[in-house]
Design a protein. Structure first.
Length: 249
């Protein structure tokens, strides 16, 4: 561990999720990228100008995801092999992050917006009335010039009350749009994973071979108090080499 490391200092109160993200950045590519252990909670709290409670919550978050282990008498040990994994299927990473982690620049095109009326399935998943208005956004995502994802997002029209949805830049990540325009932060995601051929339109957009299957993630995103706010159908090509961490305890 470096003797005189320097983390960015933040005034005011930081949410533990922000601290978690910062620590992960430093673990992967920053001042802790060669370290075996993290500094003490007290030292991290002083450097970041936050309370020990925020640090403790942040460390708990990244420990649950397997990146560190806190061992009595030893300290906070960095699980380097797990930190170095990319494209973990058990973590909810926005797909632009997946592409960046793979060494490419994300790009979005073929954006299609429309209004649909919730059928029985979407009404139940999004906890809205059947027949209520939904905003549907379809788009293709590329890694550089390689098509790798086709996504279809469903959101309640009422979430964007007073906002003209056609004026929004839907090339941006849906999570960011929910935060910016609706004040909602997705904290939990439930995904069903299946292999699929998809329809010919999606296969053409992703430029897949005739016998090549796709991975479909059918996801529902929840904000606090388990409120469902979005459903996404994401079709992935074999561009991504997914891994999954399975912890026994």
């Amino acid at each position: 561990m470096p003797d005189n490391y320097e983390l960015p200092h933040f005034g005011g109160k930081l949410m533990s999720t922000q601290v978690s993200a910062l620590l992960m950045k430093e673990l992967k590519n920053g001042i802790f990228s060669k370290s075996e252990k993290l500094p003490s909670e007290v030292e991290l709290a002083e450097r970041l100008g936050v309370s020990r409670t925020v640090i403790r919550d942040a460390l708990s978050d990244i420990e649950r995801e397997g990146f560190i282990e806190r061992v009595r008498g030893i300290g906070t040990v960095i699980c380097r092999d797990i930190v170095n994994l990319t494209n973990r299927l058990d973590l909810k990473l926005e797909y632009n992050e997946l592409i960046v982690n793979s060494g490419y620049t994300p790009y979005t095109d073929n954006i299609k917006l429309r209004i649909e009326y919730a059928d029985e399935e979407n009404a139940e998943l999004l906890n809205v009335d059947e027949g209520s208005k939904l905003i549907v956004c379809e788009k293709r995502v590329l890694a550089g010039n390689i098509p790798c994802i086709y996504s279809i997002d469903y959101l309640s029209y009422d979430l964007f009350s007073g906002i003209e949805y056609t004026d929004i830049d839907w090339s941006k990540p849906i999570f960011d749009l929910l935060d910016k325009y609706c004040g909602l932060i997705v904290v939990t995601d439930i995904a069903k994973i299946t292999a699929t051929n998809a329809d010919e339109f999606i296969r053409e957009k992703l430029q897949v071979q005739p016998k090549q299957a796709l991975i479909l993630l059918d996801e529902v995103g929840y904000c606090k108090l388990s409120r469902p706010v979005m459903r996404s159908l994401e079709f992935y090509t074999d561009f991504f080499d997914f891994t999954m961490l399975r912890k026994k305890f």
